[in-house]
Design a protein around this ligand. Structure first.
Ligand code: 0HH
Length: 209
């Protein structure tokens, strides 16, 4: 099998859900943490001028959600049934929508916008609560279809960074709270999150979280 490599900055950002998927499935990979001073050397090689980039041997993959989906297809974490695959995709698109709001807050409006963002958060998380509840996530521990899929790692990361931003944000959302705890307890994820590499890594590029 081809060697895997992940190139990204030393932040959680759009890399951490990929790292979670790799670690939780014991997929071995080389980690390249791009120093921001070296970025001008990498940027022209990136199809959209952005990181993360993922490699399987010499084949390059970019766009964080496409990387997740590629790994999902390759390692049996993307359903073959079209309707179940849709359920994974619609949830992942919801994760992307909230992640974009989060990124905007962190990089453009943290000081002025945090209070309002935190206030609106339970309402913005409610759709995820409803979807996971309807999908039986409380008993299965997984977001869709009773088994792990790539969206689990993306949703877990999204919930985790929001709990850092607002520790009480899941208090009115029991399905999400249990789901977040279940993923916190997955042995390989918990072990990874105990490493110095993880613990010293900033959540975002500007140090805000
Ligand atoms: N849609 C793309 C995806 O999902 C978006 C990728 C993206 O926004 O893959 N990439 C940004 C970095 S994410 C990028 O490449 C934000 C983290 C910033 C960390 C910066 C420095 C950390 C220093 C330790 N941006 C660079 C660029 O656009 O030139």
């Amino acid at each position: 099998t081809m060697a895997y490599r992940l190139e990204y900055f030393d932040v959680r950002g759009r890399g951490e859900s990929i790292r979670y998927l790799l670690k939780d499935n014991e997929l071995v990979y080389d980690e390249v943490l791009i120093d921001f001073n070296d970025w001008p050397k990498y940027k022209p090689k990136m199809p959209y001028g952005q990181a993360p980039a993922f490699y399987s041997g010499d084949t390059m993959f970019v766009q964080s959600n496409s990387i997740l989906r590629y790994l999902g297809r390759k390692h049996d974490m993307y359903p073959s049934d079209p309707v179940t695959a849709y359920q994974v995709d619609m949830l992942n698109d919801g994760v992307e929508d909230l992640r974009n709001l989060y990124v905007k807050l962190i990089y453009q409006n943290y000081d002025a916008g945090k209070e309002e963002y935190v206030k609106a958060l339970p309402e913005r998380l409610q759709p995820f609560e409803n979807i996971l509840k309807a999908n039986g996530a409380t008993s299965s521990g997984f977001a869709v279809g009773g088994k792990v899929s790539f969206v689990d790692y993306n949703l877990y990361d999204l919930l985790d960074i929001h709990v850092l931003l607002s520790p009480t944000c899941l208090d009115t959302l029991p399905t999400l709270k249990a789901y977040h705890n279940t993923f916190n307890s997955r042995p390989r994820l918990a072990a990874y999150r105990q490493t110095e590499a993880f613990k010293k890594r900033n959540v975002n590029g500007n140090g805000k979280q």
